[in-house]
Design a protein around this ligand. Structure first.
Ligand code: C2E
Ligand code: MG
Ligand code: MG
Ligand code: MG
Length: 282
């Protein structure tokens, strides 16, 4: 019989516990040590202006390379980190690394206009997110305008004090993007009160944009919504020239996706973009 310390004391696992449950517990144990063991790192995916190909920003995406398990995808360990609360430590580490990397690129002669970092709902629970972000900016010396935080619709709608925190982050100069926009519920009336700058059209709508009339309609609606609310709109998961052309035709000039680049290591990003002119413009 396996026994493990849970959030509220002890949890007992019956002998018939599924293999899946055991695997999850094992993963949880590994994950707790992953930062100190140097198994966690960030990759960065460029965000570009479609018509000029210029770099307008990067998104930081966390990676976990375990010596036995190999590369564990975020969809396997982020939800786990959220369930166990480890996401607070992980999320803070990600923010620190991402901000530090921006300063390093700057020192190496690459001016990345903006870095986007994903936030989980649990990072709002302690009520200290504004202080945490502020401290990291001071510590790393990154200008607040260079940092964009990505939150989901469900984070906004299900966090009691979301508006207060988002206002607080806005007040220290950080910008906000709504990630996976269109996949969750959000009240447009509520959205309107938020100092949010960017909508990210979810990849699922971009995928079949040129063949599925519903996806096409949704993408166009989001672009229009962004325009009328004075928000910038960026499309996620752009893989083909057709998708890029469609977006441009409908007034969306910002994209992120394999067509431009996969998420890459910082050195690779530097090597590819340092040579590119015009990255200073936002
Ligand atoms: P996301 O924030 O929506 O990030 C975009 C995901 O789409 C990334 O997956 C990226 O690699 C993938 N992607 C980008 N372009 C393309 C494309 O053209 N085609 C396809 N098929 N995929 C593309 P990734 O890195 O596996 O991350 C998955 C999710 O994990 C992220 O979705 C985000 O929700 C979460 N995540 C990643 N890093 C962090 C983090 O540091 N903190 C938190 N809280 N969540 C994170
Ligand atoms: Mg994101
Ligand atoms: Mg997304
Ligand atoms: Mg997504």
């Amino acid at each position: 019989q396996a026994k493990a310390r849970g959030r509220n004391g002890y949890r007992f696992y019956a002998p018939e516990m599924s293999g899946e449950g055991v695997a999850r517990l094992q993963l949880e144990t590994y994950l707790r040590r992953a930062i100190e063991k140097d198994e966690i790192f960030l990759h960065y995916q460029p965000q570009v202006e479609i018509d000029t190909g210029r770099l307008i920003g990067v998104e930081a995406l966390v990676r976990w390379n375990h010596p036995q398990l190999g590369l564990v995808p975020p969809f396997r360990f982020i939800p786990l980190a959220e369930d166990t609360g480890f996401i607070n430590q992980l999320g803070q580490w990600v923010l620190q690394q991402a901000c530090r990397q921006m300063v390093r690129w700057q020192e190496a002669g690459l001016d990345v206009p903006k870095i986007a970092v994903n936030l989980s709902v649990r990072q709002f629970e302690r009520g200290t997110i504004v202080e945490v972000v502020g401290a990291i900016l001071r510590e790393t010396g990154l200008a607040a305008e260079r940092l964009q935080l990505e939150v989901t619709e469900s984070l906004i709608m299900n966090t009691g004090d979301a508006l207060a925190y988002i206002n607080g982050l806005h007040a220290i100069g950080v910008s906000l993007a709504i990630d996976d926009f269109g996949t969750g519920y959000s009240s447009l009336a509520y959205l309107k009160q938020m100092p949010v700058q960017t909508l990210k059209i979810d990849r699922s709508f971009i995928k079949d944009i040129s063949t599925d009339v519903n996806d096409e309609a949704i993408a166009i609606a989001i672009i229009q919504l962004g325009k009328s609310m004075n928000l910038s709109v960026i499309a996620e998961g752009v893989e083909t020239d057709e998708q890029a052309a469609f977006l441009l035709r409908h007034g969306c000039n910002r994209a992120q996706g394999y067509l431009y680049s996969r998420p890459v290591a910082p050195e690779e990003l530097l090597a590819r973009w340092r040579a590119q002119p015009g990255t200073l413009d936002r």
